[in-house]
Write a protein that binds this ligand. Sequence first.
Ligand code: HEC
Length: 148
Amino acid sequence: MTIRRFPLARIGGCASGLAARRATVAKAALAYAMTGLAVLTLSACGQQTPQREPLTGGDPARGQALIVHAGCGSCHTIEGVEGANSLVGPPLTGLRQRTYIGGVAANSATNLERWLMHPQAFSPRTAMPDLGLTEDQARDIAAYLYLH
Ligand code: HEC
């Protein structure tokens, strides 16, 4: 029986390059240390992750209040929101580092806001309910989530 192994490198493309970069760093450690190039080499990994739009421009403090009001915590664990420690849906900690939202949409501010307003538009069978958020509300919530 054969199982198709998912190559690590396909996610973000970071893992594969790292070993090569480590070797380069080791070889030329002295030269790099003098020029500061080592820093560039190491930070290059972050540049390979998909581009994300800047933070949403929403108000994270309002977003936090909306998260409490909407009851997101009855399904999600959300850092900094009291009582939001459910595991019905995925924990939302570190959302900004994710590549996908809901497993279907590229992680961008626009997609996150759209997901929050109408998750079924992306994923018709998802258990995440449409809570009737306005665009402004979704932007504020997205601002909070991207910061935690
Ligand atoms: C009834 C439970 C429920 C409620 C209430 C709920 N969600 Fe969800 N949510 C889910 C489930 C289940 C998923 C996983 C969906 C999927 O992958 O199809 C999800 C997915 C998400 C995702 C994508 C997470 C990821 O890892 O890709 C975000 C962001 C999100 N929810 C935010 C919220 C916010 C903010 C609220 C409140 C406004 C909220 N949810 C309310 C159940 C819920």
